[in-house]
Structure formats: structure tokens, C-alpha cells
Design a protein around this ligand. Structure first.
Ligand SMILES: O=C(O)CCC(=O)C(=O)O
Ligand SMILES: [Fe+2]
Length: 223
């Protein structure tokens, strides 16, 4: 059973010693705990968005139901159905434009982009992923965007997950990195099209999210 965010105790900041950045490859860095102090506000904003633009499990072009539930905010939201993957300016569920990206998201994305050494934050689209136990994202490249010069910023919240970090070819060796509450990964430049994914989420519990993991990914869609 997945607890609703409503049922959980008010999220409180969790203290953890800041850890130094971990370089993953040229242009890619893990920033441990960079979003930790803002995690309660990020989760509250996710909850507020989901009340208006609910999470849904979308169909792949091949007709399978994705295990990850998604919603979005920003100018563009990512969608998948029988016709393929694409970005839309309205939610297919509500027919309404996606909600604007909340200020607290913008603050954290700016901090992350600067810490990773990129001049500009990607802020046209925020995909919001919700993983329940067993949910996964198989190895893929993010290539539905028309702004290859802009990095991707990814924020992890709640239950820890194993991030699969490969190379530019699907057959390249894959590293397994543990992403915990408040961790941020930025990848761009020569790493923009690195294959990555999330291993099936282990059954576990986090004080602020129950048995779920949330992930925010920020992207520029049009050059
Ligand atoms: O959940 C994550 O950490 C990765 C998400 C991702 O790769 C994607 O949404 O394209
Ligand atoms: Fe991705």
C-alpha cells in the first residue's frame, strides 16, 4: 500500500553532513544532499501540483503500462502513449496547461546548475516521477528535447534508489549509484546522452514519503 502524502507527518528537514560533489563523467556530477534543506518545501509543492494535475501511469508506444507514475509542470510536460513520446503544453489528463514551475524548484535548480558549472538552468519542463516499490525506469537516453546544449537536473526525494549510470552506448558498463533524499544529479555537455535508469525500487520507507520515491527532472525543450 502506498501512503498518500497527506497521511504522512509534516516533512521536517533532516540533517546530514554535506558531502563533496562526486564526478560521474565529464559534464556529469552527483551533488549529495544539495536539495536536503529544501526537501520539505519541494514535497509540499509536488503534493499541491498533484492535486490539480494528478500522477498517472502512461502507456509506452509498445502498449505497456509504465511502472513509474508521472505528472509535470512548466511550459512543457513529457507524455507517452501509443503514438510515441513527446512534450505537450497541456496535460493529457486534464486538457489544461501544465502549472508553472514553483519558485522553490527554480531556486534549487539554479543552485544545482551553478554547482555543476553550467551557465544556465534548464527550466522549460519539470517531469515529476513517483516510484512505488518495484517501479523502475529501464536504461534510456533523454533525447526527446531539442536543446542538446542544456544539461538535465535531477532531484531525488524519499526512499533511496539505485541509479544506473552507463555510457554513450547501450552496451557500455553500467555503474550503480545510490541516490538518497535530497541528492541532485546534473548531466550535460559530453554526458548529455549518457544511458541511465533506475533499478526496481526496493520496498522501504522514508519518514517524509512513505514507501515512495519522488524524482524531479528539469529540462530545456526548445533551443
Ligand atoms: O528517477 C530518476 O532518478 C531518473 C529519471 C529519468 O531518467 C527520467 O525521467 O528520464
Ligand atoms: Fe532519463
Amino acid at each position: 500500500m502506498t501512503a498518500d502524502l497527506f497521511d504522512l507527518p509534516q516533512a521536517r528537514p533532516v540533517s546530514r553532513a554535506p558531502a563533496p560533489p562526486v564526478s560521474l563523467a565529464e559534464g556529469a556530477v552527483l551533488l549529495p544532499g544539495l536539495a536536503l534543506s529544501d526537501a520539505p518545501a519541494l514535497l509540499a509543492a509536488i503534493h499541491a501540483i498533484a492535486l490539480i494535475t494528478p500522477f498517472s501511469r502512461m502507456e509506452t508506444p509498445g502498449g505497456r503500462l509504465m511502472s513509474v507514475a508521472m505528472t509535470a509542470c512548466g511550459e512543457y510536460g513529457w507524455c507517452s502513449d501509443r503514438n510515441g513520446y513527446r512534450y505537450t503544453t497541456t496535460s493529457p489528463l486534464t486538457g489544461e496547461p501544465w502549472l508553472p514551475i514553483p519558485d522553490i524548484f527554480v531556486t534549487v535548480v539554479r543552485r544545482a546548475t551553478a554547482a555543476a558549472g553550467y551557465p544556465e538552468p534548464p527550466l522549460q519542463s519539470c517531469l515529476i516521477n513517483r516510484y512505488e516499490p518495484g517501479a523502475r525506469l529501464s536504461l534510456h537516453q533523454d533525447r526527446d528535447e531539442d536543446a542538446p546544449h542544456m544539461p538535465i537536473v535531477s532531484i531525488s526525494l524519499g526512499v533511496a534508489a539505485i541509479f544506473l549510470w552507463g555510457g554513450l552506448h547501450r552496451s557500455d558498463p553500467v555503474r550503480r549509484l545510490r541516490l538518497t533524499h535530497g541528492d541532485v544529479v546534473v548531466w550535460g555537455g559530453p554526458s548529455r546522452f549518457v544511458f541511465h535508469g533506475i533499478a526496481p525500487l526496493a520496498r522501504s520507507s522514508h519518514p517524509n514519503t512513505g514507501d515512495c520515491r519522488f524524482n524531479l527532472t528539469f529540462r530545456q525543450i526548445r533551443a
